[in-house]
Design a protein around this ligand. Structure first.
Ligand SMILES: *Cc1c(COP(=O)(O)O)cnc(C)c1O
Length: 391
């Protein structure tokens, strides 16, 4: 079965063709998604959120593609992400959502990063920094009900009118974040909008930003000057119950490392979690929960609190095939009994998600959201970027 001469001839490793788990990121779909979100943002500029290594897709290539597509306002979580992005987005405004901490000032200044000030402590520290450094822009995050980050509403409004604040204090963006942007029936959205309007009015002339992906779809009231799409750019669902209009961007595939047959009455994987009711063929695939293929997608029940769940499915030889038994650390077993014999071989790849298996369906069977699936794909994969041909 193995062609041994191939090994000696091919000393050149092809990492992608031989990877146990590989990811393809479609940069054309990505930038088209961003342009769509820019259109949905109406008069507002569309930024791009590329925190967590661009939602697991790689901040270097993805940041550059978005920059070349026209994005000029980027949001990252940490100063280190900002330092990396700066190399690929030379003229962009880069906002660091976690704000500034003592010891990081130099990296902000040297890389022209804008701290998002989101607490009284950070504000006090920032004023000290400005006293030393002079003029430097910042953004202000105001909490309008999320209770994660942000200055209190009244403090932020008081700060806008505070004549004693240093002249070098020059916010360039006022922002807040919706708690229920994915739930368009929630009354919380309106409440946060009303609060944000008050603070936005207090900072007249300074750009305001409220909407992430879900909020953009709430309509023009929510757009202000700058929007902050994240998940929609990467192709996953942003709004519950809405048909996802975005193009799939990421395809994850794992290699079949063994195909075996098993008899009715036997069990599969840890804990005998799956009992076979028929003679079966099983494909052993080289991706497991250590790769972010979550164990909660196992069939036959991982002891979990959810009562009704469907096992995960992959796409192979033109069909959906279910996970068999428990997903293990490095491997997953798929039941391929329903596939014609001989259509699948060892070495073939199964799609874990992508154009045929929606990432949000994977998320549903894992009991989570597309965001977590994307950002859980760890380091143990080979990645390539593709650009589609013009049609
Ligand atoms: C993550 C994040 C976003 C992007 O949210 P999506 O739902 O992925 O579009 C926008 N703003 C803030 C403050 C965030 O933390």
């Amino acid at each position: 079965m193995w062609n041994m001469t191939e090994f000696s001839d091919a000393f050149e490793d092809d990492n992608f063709a031989s990877a146990g788990l590989r990811l393809t990121v479609d940069l054309t779909a990505l930038t088209e998604n961003w342009k769509d979100m820019a259109r949905h943002s109406g008069k507002a500029r569309a930024g791009a959120v590329v925190k967590a290594d661009a939602y697991g897709t790689g901040i270097e290539d993805v940041g550059e593609a978005l920059y070349l597509a026209g994005a000029r306002d980027f949001f990252v979580a940490t100063v280190d992400e900002g330092v990396t992005l700066r190399l690929y987005a030379p003229e962009a405004r880069i906002f660091v959502l976690s704000g500034i901490w003592p010891g990081t000032e130099r990296r902000f200044f040297e890389n022209d990063l804008v701290p998002v000030i989101s607490s009284e402590e950070q504000l006090a520290f920032w004023m000290l920094v400005l006293a030393d450094y002079g003029d430097y822009p910042c953004a202000l995050h105001i909490d309008t009900g999320f209770n994660r980050l942000g200055l209190a509403l009244d403090e932020a409004i008081a700060l806008a009118d505070d004549v004693s604040r240093p002249a070098s204090f020059s916010p360039m963006l006022i922002m807040s974040h919706l708690a229920c942007g994915d739930d368009h029936g929630s009354a919380m959205n309106r409440q946060q909008l009303e609060s944000f309007r008050r603070v936005s009015a207090a900072y007249e002339g300074i750009d305001s930003s409220l909407a992430a992906s879900g909020g953009i779809f709430l309509g023009s009231d929510y757009h202000f000057d700058l929007t902050r799409p994240g998940i929609s750019i990467y192709g996953a669902e942003a709004v519950n119950g809405m048909i996802n209009p975005m193009r799939p961007v990421v395809t994850a595939e794992a290699r079949i490392i063994q195909i075996r047959t098993a008899k009715a009455g036997e069990s599969v994987s840890y804990g005998q979690a799956m009992q076979l009711t028929r003679d079966s063929r099983l494909a052993i695939v080289s991706a497991g929960y250590a790769d972010g293929y979550m164990r909660s997608q196992s069939s036959g029940g991982v002891p979990l609190r959810q009562v009704v769940r469907q096992s995960g499915q992959g796409f192979l030889a033109g069909r959906m095939v279910p996970v068999a038994g428990r997903i293990t650390m490095d491997m997953t077993i798929f039941d391929i009994t329903d596939l014609q014999e001989n259509v699948v071989n060892v070495g073939d790849y199964i799609e874990l998600f992508g154009k045929n298996v929606a990432i949000d369906d994977v998320a549903r069977s894992a009991g989570t959201i597309g965001y977590e699936i994307l950002t859980s794909i760890g380091l143990r994969h080979e990645r390539r970027y593709v650009v589609e041909d013009e049609e």
